[in-house]
Design a protein around this ligand. Sequence first.
Ligand code: ZN
Length: 117
Amino acid sequence: MNIKCSFCQMPYTLSRVEMLDALQEMDAKKLSHYDAHCPRCRRATPVERKRMEMFFPNWREALKQFESEMKAHPQHEAPAPSSAPKPETATEAESKPEPAPAKAKPAGSKKAHAKKK
Ligand SMILES: [Zn+2]
């Protein structure tokens, strides 16, 4: 959805993932709006929850789907076992690093170091 910064008038977009995030947070905290942060001035523009829900009415379904996809394809984990684990996202440092079988990653990732088999 499109948002316009109320401070610098910069138009920007919330992606579906960002909206899911926002809706989840609003739901959890019982908020009536979400603070969307402007990419230019970094200030928060409130976006009404109602407006966002109207824009994305089936977000709960989408969230479930998204979560199951994330479980099936955890693609924001770095595929390189040699690099140090990032403390911010690595919640499963204890569990064994499961190598994803034949993962087709789009170009542009940092480590394009494919093992051949
Ligand atoms: Zn701004």
